[in-house]
Design a binder for this molecule. Structure first.
Ligand code: NPQ
Ligand code: MG
Length: 375
């Protein structure tokens, strides 16, 4: 199967409410979608980079640039298949989220042509996945308790509180006091602390959290290993885990007792399977992270989360957690779970009218040598 070209869509998805983390407040999701076009159909990929390099070094304009300049040309002349796409992209360093988006689009078109669902291709063992929800930093504790109560009423099986210095022990204590010890609860710092904050991390121990996610900077594996010795709560890495090699190192160093897997961060769904396997073979549980994906990325995340070692609920929330209107049929929570798509490929398609309304920019990148042109 040959690539005729790629259509890049830049879409703006308003969030149902502002999402605040230790790195900033988001009110709109600025998303790059990739449509891979072949003579045997098309496929969709989603780039999870943010507009600004706040979560990781990648950002949307840079992802679009590397896709246009390097990744699409690298696929020209390649016989597209599940085994050929990664080697063609991996000669370029970095740009994991850009690669993941292109790989996802190619996997979708290839697997759809073969009639194979992505979940089946990745090795799924479940038809539904348990869902958690990530709750942003709030201005006040009462607002937080309202938000958490609403999500528990919706049926989410686990609550993750975003934390930062000044918003950590107090909100955790308040949620425990209001909702009790049975709520599966964890926190995510998005790198906002240093080893000087070890006392704060220790102060979280009495609250029986499932895990503390990424307290320290992305590159500080030894720091996380040191912290893990001093804190009873398991340390989970997100930003730090950029490949299966890094996952193995983090585990062997004692820096991660649990791993958050995001396909975008590790360069694609095929790499995500390698991270899953590296963790599984070392007895390290994993869960599926989230990057405020549209229904396209969400579909692929749910397929990934159906693999055997995804034993903790993921940030695979329902579409309505983030968007009043999704580009696909919305993913809806049923008894705290989402259904794994059963149709071939990623199993969902964007709704053309909704996509058209949300699209701010659209560009065709020919697969063969030639100039890319604005549509
Ligand atoms: C995390 N996600 O686990 C990320 C970080 C994150 C669901 O907590 C726009 C785009 C806003 C991507 C905010 C969750 C975002 C974003 C937070 C990713 O660390
Ligand atoms: Mg995180």
């Amino acid at each position: 199967m040959r690539l005729d070209g790629v259509e890049l869509y830049r879409i703006a998805m308003p969030l149902v409410s502002p999402f605040r983390t230790s790195f900033g407040v988001q009110t709109t999701r600025d998303v790059l979608l990739v449509r891979a076009v072949t003579g045997e159909g098309d496929g969709w990929g989603e780039c999870v980079a943010m507009s600004a390099p706040l979560y990781s070094a990648e950002y949307v304009d840079a992802a679009a640039d590397v896709i246009i300049r390097f990744l699409v040309p690298a696929l020209a002349g390649v016989d597209l298949d599940v085994t050929t796409v990664r080697p063609a992209l991996d000669r370029f360093k970095g740009h994991s989220m850009a690669k993941a988006a292109v790989e996802m689009a190619v996997l979708d078109v290839v697997l759809r042509a073969r009639g194979v669902p992505l979940a089946a291709h990745l090795g799924a063992v479940r038809t539904t996945v348990d869902c958690g929800v990530s709750v942003g930093v709030m201005d006040t504790v009462p607002e937080l308790l309202d938000a958490v109560g609403g999500y528990l009423d919706e049926g989410y099986k686990r609550i993750k509180l975003k934390i930062e210095p000044g918003w950590d022990v107090e909100p955790v204590r308040a949620v425990r006091e209001r909702f009790g010890d049975d709520v599966a609860l964890q926190v995510d710092a998005n790198t906002a602390y240093t080893l000087a904050d070890v006392a704060t991390m220790v102060a979280l121990d009495p609250f029986d959290l499932l895990l503390i996610e990424q307290p320290l900077p992305e590159d500080d594996l030894l720091g996380h290993a040191e912290l893990a010795k001093q804190v009873d709560t398991p340390i989970c890495l997100d930003e730090s885990i950029t490949s299966a090699n890094v996952a193995r190192a983090a585990i062997e160093l004692g820096a991660a007792q649990i791993v958050n897997i995001k396909a975008g961060r590790v360069g694609g769904y095929l790499s995500a399977v390698e991270v899953h396997d590296a963790c599984a073979s070392r007895g390290i549980p994993v869960w599926c992270g989230g990057m405020l994906e549209t229904g396209l990325g969400r579909a692929a995340n749910v397929a990934l989360a159906a693999m055997p070692n995804f034993t903790l609920p993921g940030d695979t929330s329902a579409s309505r957690r983030y968007f009043a209107r999704d580009v696909t049929e919305p993913f809806e929570l049923v008894n705290g779970t989402l259904a794994v798509p059963t149709e071939p490929g990623i199993g969902v398609r964007p709704h053309p009218d909704v996509l058209a309304e949300l699209t701010e920019d659209k560009r065709w990148i020919p697969g063969m040598a030639g100039d890319s042109t604005a549509l």
